[in-house]
Design a protein around this ligand. Structure first.
Ligand code: NAP
Length: 293
């Protein structure tokens, strides 16, 4: 039987550990870490993500601030907000929730963030430092996956890891980290929409990390018995039996793949909760660095 990797329980345990550390920091006269989130518009998904980030801050004992703008906000106005958060001595880290409206250059906004406060780890300086193994903020989803692998005692060194997807926020950083000696130390193959041998690569993989956003793409015939399968995909598919009218679907056909695996993450409750948890870890790190702890 496969072991189901419980991201929800792992994230709750880590948040409790962070909260205990914050209590110690405050007891010894330190400040509470402070995370700010900038939300533009009223996209349902973004609203939920930001709400969950604020709730996670409460669970960790952090201070949180939500800065809201309408869809019509200009790029200049948003950039002024970023500059003001960069220089606000009370803010340890902040995020600008993506996606942004089309008239705003998201890359320009990301690059305006002070890398020392870039707890999402999206600034090119953090991405570059991560790529060459220097201290940095590692982006939250890949960091959450590494934490799950470590906490479940999953051996990655020397194993063949296939990553599906090459996005800047998941696939690429995940491949870098799985390759690095001090993290995954694995042999890594990255597949994307133009990979001719994707299925064969998957069949040889000890570890598959699927991050493509194609519901139930990974089927049983693509998975080697005993493999570890990490499902990053979260696609909303219509479901009239749910109050919300949709359910979250992963990139893996869970019911047929799970029996083959040694470990597998479910959707929801696998990688998702870890992403926010890693953001909290980065915020704690930012606060400690600023206080010289
Ligand atoms: P993205 O930017 O859309 O990138 C998708 C990647 O998958 C691209 O590299 C694309 O290839 C590749 N791809 C798409 N269709 C494919 C196919 N049929 N075969 C092989 N490769 C294919 O997506 P993302 O931001 O990385 O997110 C991926 C998924 O993870 C989404 O479902 C997203 O919602 C989810 N996600 C979850 C979390 C979480 O916390 N759980 C966090 C982030 C993302 P090309 O480069 O060739 O186009």
């Amino acid at each position: 039987m496969p072991q189901i990797i419980d991201g929800k329980a792992t994230a709750a345990a880590i948040k409790a550990e962070i909260a205990a550390e914050v209590r110690r920091m405050v007891a010894s006269g330190g400040r509470r870490p402070h995370l700010a989130a900038v939300l533009v518009g009223h996209d349902g998904g973004s609203e939920t993500y930001v709400k969950n980030k604020v709730l996670a801050c409460e669970a960790c004992g952090f201070k949180s601030t939500l800065v809201r703008f309408e869809d019509s906000v200009s790029e200049d106005e948003l950039l002024r907000c970023v500059y003001s958060l960069n220089t606000d001595p009370d803010v340890d880290g902040f995020i600008v929730q993506l996606p942004l409206p089309r008239h705003i250059d998201a890359q320009r906004v990301t690059e305006a963030i002070d890398p020392r406060k870039d707890v999402d780890g999206f600034h090119p300086e953090n991405v570059g430092r991560m790529a060459i193994g220097l201290p940095c903020f590692i982006s939250a989803t890949p960091m959450g996956i590494l934490t799950l692998l470590r906490r479940y005692g999953i051996e990655t060194g020397g194993r063949k890891c296939v990553i599906l997807g090459r996005s800047n926020i998941v696939g690429k950083p995940m491949a870098q980290l799985m390759m690095q000696k001090e993290h995954g130390d694995a042999t890594v193959t990255v597949c994307h929409s133009h990979s001719a041998t994707l299925r064969e690569e998957c069949r040889q993989a000890d570890i598959i990390i699927a991050a493509i956003g194609r519901p139930e793409f990974v089927t049983a015939d693509m998975v080697k018995p005993g493999a570890v399968v990490i499902d990053v995909g979260t696609t909303r598919v219509p479901d009239s039996t749910r109050k919300s009218g949709y359910r979250l679907c992963g990139d893996v056909k869970f019911d047929e793949v799970a029996p083959l695996c040694s470990f597998i993450t479910p959707v929801p409750g696998g990688v998702g909760p870890m992403t926010i948890c890693s953001l909290m870890e980065n915020t704690l790190l930012a606060a400690k660095r600023r206080s010289g702890i």
